[in-house]
Write a protein that binds this ligand. Structure first.
Ligand SMILES: *[C@@H]1O[C@H](CO)[C@@H](O)[C@H](O)[C@H]1NC(C)=O
Ligand SMILES: *[C@@H]1O[C@H](CO)[C@@H](O)[C@H](O)[C@H]1NC(C)=O
Length: 753
């Protein structure tokens, strides 16, 4: 054995006491005998060294039995020890016993139910079925649909309705009057999630949540988690916003200067969580933080990784005072953590909770008044398999005490503890006591391999349900009519019948549910607002009620100076007769100098100025932007995205020069025609730009602002159209694109006028 090999192996070597007090080094590797799995395979996290985890893998719809994982012990043996008689194999996923329906019958009656087995439910006469009349056993070990319950037609005269019996459970207690109690128990091999005990309340509702019986191999689907966790986190975000500050829909979404929401994220990095699972959890956390930021609430974050020790990646104390930590830094800190660098074997879940408790204590001591206003959301990612530091329950109790301040009822909403079960073998029973229990809310989620976590968090902010946010969109890389709509949900087509019988076509963008922003030159003085048709989203056709041209817009303002058409301030708003319905394919764009946009840019907690926004968005001499244009060669109703490069700073002068190719523009009057308000793009350097043409007028010139490309931030309005000649020329000339008058003064959102 060469020396370097020797040292690298030494971690797995132990001092073996021998007879007569003599000790020698001896190897204690685990062995691969008897650990094989029928119908599947296994992987090892650290070969056969001490601390290595053996993870069994089975095909879809199967699960490893009897063990899910084995851990290599110091003694060189596996825990759990492989059985000699019970062969380790992949078993077909089973669903819990559905034959628990009271006052009804279940077909077919079997001793076991496997994936894709279907059951149907019928009630005896005098009873009506609630819940699902037919259910299918799913690959995640759960029945589809909801628990079937046969409720007495007469209602039984009791205060609460029959709460039913979930598959795999038995219930004790069958009177449902006020203060009556029902208790649940799961069959052998299953454990109970949700409420073991429920009490009928005066309001006719049962306390707690419906109990569920889970096997070790049962897990929650991405959809279930998205719905439950998504609505809960949205609630927290809205609770954290100060009351009285409402957006146009009356929802409490706002910029919160002080940051009244604390989010503590703790991730298990012990050996039972393999690198791949860790990376998935980390990406999911990044996604969550990014998504949360689009709410324009600026939470304070504590992010820690824990194994036998705690690594504090982001300290919540750095969010107080003048130099609040920025979201980008938080994401960087997360990225900079290297999974390979940790040297941990144990799992000290308690220490993670203790660290959070300490951070809370510091904040409370610093300013108790402020602490009382803070909402605390704890999000843990763990398999619950702690093996050192003691049980975390006591620490969790202390955290509750600290937040509730002896007013549990009143202050219950100020604390939420969520646990996402990740890992190959999740200890549900140990996790249960730690999470928040609140009627009809779920705070514990169990994931299969953590694979779906990122996707889940991506969907947490369901775009169709969040109304007040500008610029949100979805990105799909294939083009169908549907994907285009969700990618550019603000895009509006405007049809304007003029009095002389001609018909004008323009584009515009939705800026609030009531207003469309477009170009002023689209309109003629004799146009009537209620003849204007606006098409947006999935065939929403709306009519205008009013057209508001920018007060400084005057195409003939410089006629005396020989400038035939002057396009400065070429902006107009169309007020719609009624609000559009906001949905995934119909949603406002972000426009500069608004509070919403500052939220989108995460300029939260700071004075909002147009200048700050501009500095963020137009910081380079050449900035890529896009606009929508009609595809003239093909279907005129199909829109396509065109890209252009804005020439800014020292590049602007040369770009503007190109405008002299246009009829009527000379180097003498150039600066008068193309004012400071115009942004310039076009030409062939560094690449040949697309030009916008007739019919594209009024559309948005937009820019993505988001590393994750999940949220689109849209900017700048194309104010002037290209003279028609340019479109017909083979060689693309300059395209004049103007911003809404730039400057550092604050302008208000169209709605607030
Ligand atoms: C239930 O599923 C098992 C396994 O796929 C299958 O063998 C059995 O025939 C199914 N039973 C019914 C009634 O469909
Ligand atoms: C404590 O917080 C409250 C509420 O946010 C604030 O009004 C007060 O000025 C703070 N006190 C100190 C000493 O910072």
């Amino acid at each position: 054995m060469i020396l370097s090999d020797f040292w690298s192996l030494s971690a797995a070597l132990l001092i073996c006491p021998l007879y007569m007090g003599v000790s020698v080094l001896c190897e204690v590797f685990c062995k691969e005998e008897n650990v094989g799995v029928e119908g599947g395979h296994y992987t090892l996290t650290k070969k056969l060294e001490y601390g290595s985890m053996l993870i069994y893998h089975c095909p879809e719809e199967y699960y490893p039995y009897p063990a899910l994982t084995r851990l290599c012990q110091k003694s060189g043996t596996w825990s759990p020890t492989p059985h000699i008689r019970i062969v380790q194999k992949c078993k077909m996923v089973e669903c819990p016993n559905p034959l628990v329906l009271e006052s009804g019958s279940v077909f077919p009656s079997q001793t076991q139910y496997f994936v894709n087995n279907k059951t149907t439910y019928e009630c005896y006469s005098g009873y009506t079925l609630r819940g699902s009349s037919s259910r299918v056993c799913q690959p995640n070990g759960k029945w589809s649909g909801g628990t079937p319950i046969c409720r007495q037609d007469s209602g039984g005269g009791e205060r609460c309705a029959d709460p039913g019996i979930p598959a795999g459970a038995s219930r004790f207690g069958s009177s449902f009057g006020i203060d009556d109690k029902v208790m649940y128990h799961c069959d052998k091999g299953l454990h109970l999630l949700g409420s073991k005990e429920r009490v009928c309340q005066e309001n006719g509702q049962w306390t707690g949540t419906e109990p569920k019986c889970y096997y070790k191999h049962t897990y929650d689907t991405a959809l279930e988690i998205t719905e439950a966790f998504g609505s809960a986190i949205r609630e927290s975000l809205q609770l954290a916003a100060p009351i009285g500050d409402t957006d146009q829909e009356g929802k409490r979404i706002t910029v919160d200067k002080a940051g009244k929401l604390n989010i503590y994220i703790a991730m298990d990095i012990s050996d039972s969580i393999v690198e791949d699972q860790f990376n998935k959890a980390r990406n999911a956390v990044k996604k969550l933080i990014t998504k949360v930021s689009s709410f324009a609430v600026s939470p304070n974050y504590e992010i820690l990784f824990f194994a036998s020790d705690v690594v504090e990646v982001v300290n919540i104390i750095h969010f107080s005072g003048e130099n609040r930590k920025k979201l980008e830094q938080v994401l960087d800190d997360l990225d900079n953590f290297n999974y390979g660098e940790r040297e941990n074997v144990g799992t000290n879940l308690n220490l993670a909770f203790k660290t959070i408790l300490e951070r809370m204590a510091i904040q409370k001591q610093r300013n108790e008044t402020l602490f009382k206003e803070l909402h605390h959301v704890l999000i843990f990612f763990t398999d619950g398999a702690f093996n050192m530091g003691g049980r975390p329950e006591d620490t969790v109790a202390k955290i509750r005490e600290m937040v509730y301040m002896n007013k549990k009822e009143e202050r219950d909403q100020y604390l939420d503890i969520y646990v996402f079960g990740v890992g190959s073998d999740i200890f549900d029973e140990d996790i249960q006591p730690l999470v928040t229990k609140r009627d009809n809310e779920n705070h514990y989620f169990k994931l299969k391999d953590g694979t779906e976590l990122e996707e889940t968090f991506d969907k947490i902010i369901d775009e169709s349900k969040v109304v007040g946010l500008c610029g949100l969109h979805r990105n799909y890389d294939h083009d169908t009519a549907d994907t285009i709509r969700v990618r550019y949900p603000w895009m509006a087509r405007i049809g304007i019948p003029h009095e002389d019988g001609s018909f004008g076509k323009c584009m515009g963008s939705l800026v609030t549910p009531r207003f469309i922003l477009t170009a002023a030159h689209c309109f003629k003085f004799t146009d009537t607002a209620d003849k204007i048709k606006i098409t947006i989203g999935k065939n929403q056709v709306l009519t205008g009620s009013r057209v508001i041209l920018h007060p400084n817009y005057n195409i003939k303002a410089k006629e005396n100076e020989g400038i035939k058409e002057f396009y400065d301030y070429d902006v107009a708003l169309i007020e719609l007769k009624k609000d559009v319905d906001i949905s995934i394919d119909t949603r406002p764009i972000c426009i500069p100098c608004t509070k919403e946009t500052s939220g989108a840019l995460r300029l939260v907690g700071e004075e909002i100025t147009c200048k700050q926004q501009e500095e963020l968005l137009l910081k380079n001499p050449i900035e890529e932007v896009s606009f929508m244009s009609h595809d003239k060669e093909r279907d005129s109703n199909k829109d396509q995205r065109s890209d252009a490069k804005l020439k800014l700073q020292d590049q602007r002068e040369n770009c503007i020069e190109l405008a002299t190719q246009i009829d009527g523009i000379t180097s003498d009057n150039l600066k008068d025609v193309v004012t400071e308000n115009f942004l310039c793009s076009g030409g062939r350097q560094p690449t040949r730009d697309h030009v916008s043409c007739k019919g594209d007028s009024g559309g948005a010139l937009f820019k993505n602002y988001d590393d994750y490309r999940t949220i689109q931030r849209i900017w700048y309005v194309q104010l002037s159209s290209q003279p028609q000649t340019m479109c017909n020329q083979a060689s693309p000339g300059p395209t004049h694109l103007a911003s809404s008058p730039a400057g550092s003064s604050e302008t208000s959102h169209p709605d607030s006028r």
